[in-house]
Ligand binder design. Structure first.
Ligand SMILES: Nc1ncnc2c1ncn2[C@@H]1O[C@H](COP(=O)(O)OP(=O)(O)OP(=O)(O)O)[C@@H](O)[C@H]1O
Ligand SMILES: [Mg+2]
Length: 165
């Protein structure tokens, strides 16, 4: 099942990320999919804020990985520039996944073969207006599927619609 919400401002997308961060557990993986400028980093900014990260979260486009201290350590990856799957492992992905933090991966849909098959997928697409975005959230694997109803509750302010996969 996929839950879809619409936002119409960057702060609104940050708020969705913040609301979902309340569900975060050590070892969680969030895969962010969506075109350039869709709002993946904005979502992570809100998610980090929700986890109490005091720093300004910026895009790890060139450095590939940023790590922040919050209620849980936050690993923020952007794998857009990787040419090969093996490079994702070179980033220390396995070690990150071993740590009791959360891992959020922009363009993560490109590296799912090297990710655990247990993650929340957040797919951002452009809506009609310049500031309109749709966020489609899908639980992959038991870790997140077990939290599906909590996920729906967290999204209640955005009146999510359900799509069957
Ligand atoms: N509803 C919205 N949600 C998110 N961002 C929005 C929205 N409306 C406008 N924006 C703008 O779209 C841009 C989103 O940028 P952001 O860096 O978050 O995207 P991204 O998906 O991480 O891009 P990239 O692929 O380059 O990493 C920002 O300039 C933001 O202000
Ligand atoms: Mg980004």
């Amino acid at each position: 099942m996929t839950l879809v919400v619409a936002t119409s401002a960057v702060d609104d997308t940050r708020h969705v990320g913040e609301a979902l961060s309340a569900l975060a557990r050590p070892g969680d993986v969030v895969v962010l999919a969506g075109d350039l400028g869709a709002g993946k980093t904005a979502f992570v900014q809100g998610f980090g804020r929700g986890l109490g990260v005091p720093d300004r979260i910026t895009s790890p486009t060139f450095t590939l990985v940023h790590v922040y201290d919050g209620r849980l350590p936050v690993h923020h990856l952007d794998v857009y520039r990787l040419d090969q799957l093996s490079e994702a492992l070179d980033l220390g992905l396995a070690e990150m996944l071993d740590e009791p933090g959360v891992v959020l991966v922009e363009w993560g849909d490109a590296i799912t073969p090297v990710l655990p098959h247990d993650y929340l997928e957040v797919r951002l697409t452009f809506g009609e207006g310049d500031d309109d975005r749709n966020l489609a959230l899908r639980c992959i694997g038991p870790r997140w599927t077990a939290r599906q109803s909590a996920l729906a509750s967290s999204l209640a302010p955005w009146a999510p619609t359900e799509e069957t996969d």
